[in-house]
Design a binder for this molecule. Structure first.
Ligand code: GTR
Length: 331
């Protein structure tokens, strides 16, 4: 065993004290961020955020500590957005739909049949238009960090298979908190009921609503298929998810930390997308195995045609009309 001499012991102790000091200095500097998601811990959006948290922790030696509150612990999407604007939640992952009433530009992504495919959507989100939409949040108290995928949403209900808009006549359909979604259902002949995702199962079971619309993973893991066993692959809208931060909190951070957060959010996108693609397939298979009545040979044209007045109404602002034209032009 090595015996230290006195000067060596002094220098060791000084080193320990200094590192002790730096540990406590570091603890003081720790930036604790709280992030919200309505989905469960193993859902691709939450796992995407978890990879963001991991990267931030690694790159800052634990100084930036992002804690995720999943499963709707901090409220539904509309609530978490409003709380984030006032600085009560630092980051929230929500669909862009509940942002439509706060940031008009985001409404464009809620327009039905806008994106031609997943590839088209990803290209738009990853390019200058995506950055433009993320930046449009800033005057409204939010910082757009990144987009996650939410696939295509389709109609499901408790009554009968939907083949055409006429099959939806008079149906009470739950939608997210977005006027565009309300008007979309009206244009298809149904009655829209906006509510949070967490209330949908019970409302379907009780018959307060007849149906809803969502992608395969949300339809499956929420177990809505147990009470609404008719799923029609209408793929009427591909509204992305947004990873957004409270601007109030953002402005308290240094430029370096802002960059680290932005980069970690962007770097989590490919991670999320890989998980998402696998999850869509797994959920679709689980739904088929559960014996859900699936209509997957829908003629989309009558649904597309029914959306013309909606486009007219929402694109009165030339800037929004131009945005849609630019999105369509992306090859
Ligand atoms: C999911 C989406 C959620 C939420 C939910 C809903 O597909 O990931 O952000 O929008 O749908 O319908 O409320």
């Amino acid at each position: 065993m090595r015996i230290f001499n006195r000067p060596e012991i002094y220098s060791l102790l000084t080193g320990l004290c200094l590192s002790g000091l730096s540990v406590s200095a570091m603890a003081e500097d720790t930036i604790n961020l709280r992030a919200a998601d309505i989905h469960d811990a193993d859902y691709p959006t939450v796992r995407g955020m978890a990879s963001m948290a991991e990267q931030l922790s690694e790159e800052t030696n634990g100084r930036i500590n992002l804690k995720i509150y999943s499963g709707g612990q901090l409220g539904d999407e509309k609530d978490t957005l409003e709380i984030a604007i006032f600085g009560g939640i630092d980051i929230t992952r929500t669909s862009l739909a509940p942002l439509n009433s706060i940031v008009p530009e985001t409404g464009v992504f809620s327009l039905p049949f806008l994106f031609r495919s997943t590839e088209h959507m990803r290209k738009v989100l990853d390019g200058p238009i995506g950055d433009e939409i993320l930046a449009s949040l800033e005057p409204h108290g939010l910082i757009g960090l990144a987009f996650y995928d939410a696939g295509a949403r389709s109609m499901y209900n408790t009554k009968h298979p939907i083949h055409t808009p006429a099959d939806m006549e008079g149906m009470k359909i739950r939608v997210m908190n977005s006027n565009i979604f309300v008007d979309m259902i009206a244009a298809l002949g149904g009655n829209a009921t906006p509510m949070g995702f967490g209330q949908v199962y019970e409302s379907l079971a009780l018959g307060t609503i007849d149906g809803a619309e969502n992608n395969w993973p949300s339809f499956e893991y929420s177990r809505h298929f147990e009470v609404a066993p008719f799923y029609s692959v209408t793929q009427h809208v591909m509204v992305p998810e947004g990873l957004v931060m409270s601007r109030y909190r953002w402005e308290q951070l240094s430029d370096e930390d802002q960059q680290l957060i932005r980069k970690a959010a962007k770097d989590s996108v490919p991670v999320m997308r890989r998980l998402w693609d696998a999850r869509v397939e797994a959920s679709r298979e689980a739904i088929i195995a559960a014996g859900v009545n699936i209509v997957d040979d829908i003629d989309k044209q009558p649904f597309i045609d029914a959306m013309a007045p909606l486009y007219e109404e929402y694109l009165q602002d030339p800037a929004l009309r131009n945005l849609v034209e630019r999105i369509r032009a992306v090859q």
